[in-house]
Design a protein around this ligand. Structure first.
Ligand code: XIL
Length: 327
């Protein structure tokens, strides 16, 4: 990735777009697997490999160090990981000018050790910013012109540090809520991307996060695929980057079945799209999910429960991946 390319996208405060040009050196072991019949006993990563899809999870750094079954499951189940927090600006530069990539580096080492690729998350976001930055802007001691330079420096710091180690970067994050299907909001993105490309801004990817709730209903797989396709037709890769499907507690069987449907339409939408290269869940176990802390009375959003037992959603994803692998 040329730094100027990333900086250009960031400085324009573009959108929920990502950059893809950093390639990992990890060898893909999919070739031999492809010659064997898919089996429902296989982990997600082996099944997804057969369709050239990276299957990922967000990783809670503290849990990674403290919880062995959690760590082992990440290693066995996923081919891509995303730092849930430790690459965010607040964590890498808590004091102005003092960069701390130690946690993020450990995560990258873990991935390398386990033959996984890493998504960079995230260069620019309105949350989890360093206090020195937000306080400075509020107090007016950081001017808009200075802020532009600070943002540029931050982007250079991050992408330089991880150069060659990540395969995608979330360049500008979070304006991407509710853009899984075709809607007025995703239309606006589509027009913005066209406009940016016309200005020769190098945009490599478009991603939808995929934070669903069973109480709201879902798109169909065809609607998701239709939306991703129009971005792909502009020459972009696409991804689902933060999939989870929460529910109003308590958990019951109909909600678990509905949850499986939510995961299913997003994965099918991705698999139906030619250039949907990664599908990432925002945590895979309810033990560490962000949902209960952010949505009152809601939870149970992940593929596995607190004891790492599979829910219907997990079985559904395995079945879809196994079928896709027969193509
Ligand atoms: C969340 C993390 O999961 C939490 O641990 C943290 O406290 C707040 O951020 N969209 C995003 C993610 O892009 O970075 C957010 O992650 C969830 C919503």
């Amino acid at each position: 990735m040329k730094l100027s390319r990333v900086a250009a996208v960031g400085a324009l405060a573009a959108i929920a777009l990502y950059s893809t040009t950093l390639q990992s050196s990890v060898a893909d072991n999919a070739t031999t697997e492809r010659h064997q019949a898919p089996s429902l006993d296989q982990p997600l990563r082996d099944l997804a490999n057969r369709s050239d899809l990276r299957i990922g999870t967000a990783v809670d750094f503290d849990a990674l160090n403290a919880d062995t079954p959690y760590r082992e499951r990440i290693a066995s189940e996923f081919s891509s990981i995303t730092a849930e927090n430790v690459m965010k600006w607040q964590l890498v530069e808590p004091t102005r000018g003092q960069l701390d990539f130690s946690a993020a580096d450990q995560l990258v080492d873990f991935a390398k050790h386990n033959g996984q690729k890493v998504r960079g998350h995230t260069l620019l976001w309105h949350n989890q910013l360093p206090t020195w930055l937000t306080d400075g802007v509020t107090a007016g001691t950081i001017t808009p012109a200075e802020l532009r330079g600070i943002l540029r420096q931050h982007i250079f710091d991050e992408v330089s540090h991880f150069k060659g180690k990540l395969y995608q970067w979330d360049v500008v994050n979070e304006n991407d809520y509710n853009v899984e299907g075709v809607s007025a909001k995703s239309d606006a993105y589509y027009n913005l991307v066209k406009d940016l490309l016309r200005q020769h801004v190098p945009v490599d990817g478009f991603a939808a996060q995929g934070h669903y709730g069973v109480q709201f209903g879902f798109h169909t797989a065809a609607q998701v695929a239709a939306n991703l396709k129009r971005f792909e037709d502009l020459g972009l890769e696409t991804s689902l980057t933060e999939v989870d499907v929460r529910m109003l507690l308590p958990v019951d069987n109909p909600k678990l079945q509905a949850q499986a449907q939510g995961y299913s339409v997003l994965l099918q939408g991705c698999l139906l799209s030619k250039r949907c290269t990664s599908f990432t869940v925002w945590g895979f176990t309810d033990k560490y999910s962000w949902v209960p802390g952010f949505f009152d009375g809601q939870g149970a959003a992940c593929l596995l429960d607190e004891n790492l037992a599979a829910k219907p959603a997990y079985d559904e994803l395995r079945a879809i991946l196994a079928l896709a692998a027969r193509r």
